[in-house]
Design a protein around this ligand. Sequence first.
Ligand code: ADP
Ligand code: ASP
Ligand code: MG
Length: 405
Amino acid sequence: MKIIVQKYGGTSVGTPERIIAVAGRIKSYVQKGNSVVVVVSAMGKTTDHLIDLAKQIAKSPSPREMDMLLSTGEQVSIALLAMALHDKGVDAISYTGSQVRVMTDGNFSEAKIESIATDRIMKSLEEGKVVIVAGFQGIDDEENITTLGRGGSDTTAVALAAVLKTRDCEIYTDVDGVFTADPRVVPNAKKLKEISYDEMLELARLGAGVLHSRSVEFAKKYNIKITVRSSFNYEEGTIVMPKEEMMEKFVVSGVTAKTDEAKITIWNLEDRPGIAAKLFGRMGEAKIYINMIVQSTGHDGKASISFTVLKKDLAKAMELAEKLKNELGGSAVESKENIAIVSAVGVGMLSSYGVAGRMFKVLADSNINIEMISTSEIGISCCIDGKFAELAQRVIHQEFVESAA
Ligand code: ADP
Ligand code: ASP
Ligand code: MG
């Protein structure tokens, strides 16, 4: 029995007509003799609407109830897709995350999958059914409903491919594959035929919303071949694969931006061993995720530190930063919400030089000031003013992708 896992995102199942079209596509795979496991997201912008609804009811809704609420979006789409398949004469059954025991930790809204039972899915597949599983949701060991973080249905799909021991996982979305930049921001972006796990992981972490980063981590760990493609046409899409299997290696294969972070600066902290350890240790204890960090060179026994946190944690992080400023001899705390972190990613950087200099130059030529810089083996990121987020992506893309072609 050849099992394939397919995931259809929100736009792909956004209307009744789309759900019927997706059912038609699934039917064609069934007719070719495949056993198909389908993961679906909530219809269109349902998840956003549910979040808005909660905000109208309470200022800070309970995380448990929030996950209870958000998981309903996927429950609607799995049932409708099953009905659409039945209507086409295809036997199908839908399951929620809890029904197939997608077990997660108890970290509401960002839960991690720990295991998935396969017995119920396998039994239904053996009975000749298409199995439809709700994406983005699971349960913790006290049977509370949890969700996996925005965009988490991708991770449900790849985790299912791993436990069902198939290498094939197709992620159907509203663009033709993974592009060299978000095609909605950079009109000249090109579709990539293939991309390595490491590049895709870096791009996803740095803001490319096309895949949930944890799905790429799973794919790398279990050697699953993800194909990202459109549910609106039959183009080939992009294959996410090990870099050893790749034919082409670009210096920069993707440009992206992250706009969900904010910057905090603590001025004139004492410049002595242990200050950064204390500052970031306490942030960690408060479960505040830190991304970029820069420390100024010490002067007169004082040094300033800037770092970025998720916007959603800003109020909490500022409160703590104020306290730490007083404890660690700082003079002031400042925050800036409208920032963007723009990045260029490519495995080819491992064997090239001058990439950072070129990136800084095109930003400078556009009069964009760089506020922080960080690098990894295959990526360079610059923190800039948020108003330049789109322009920066376009000029970096122009330099590395369009001019290189
Ligand atoms: P789905 O609901 O199918 O999961 P998403 O909205 O989560 O869809 O992801 C698809 C979107 O990701 C595209 O519409 C596109 O605007 C955006 N995107 C961002 N970066 C990229 C990229 N490098 N390549 C392709 N799409 C990207
Ligand atoms: N419906 C969820 C979201 O909008 C999960 C997903 O689409 O992958 O984030
Ligand atoms: Mg998505």
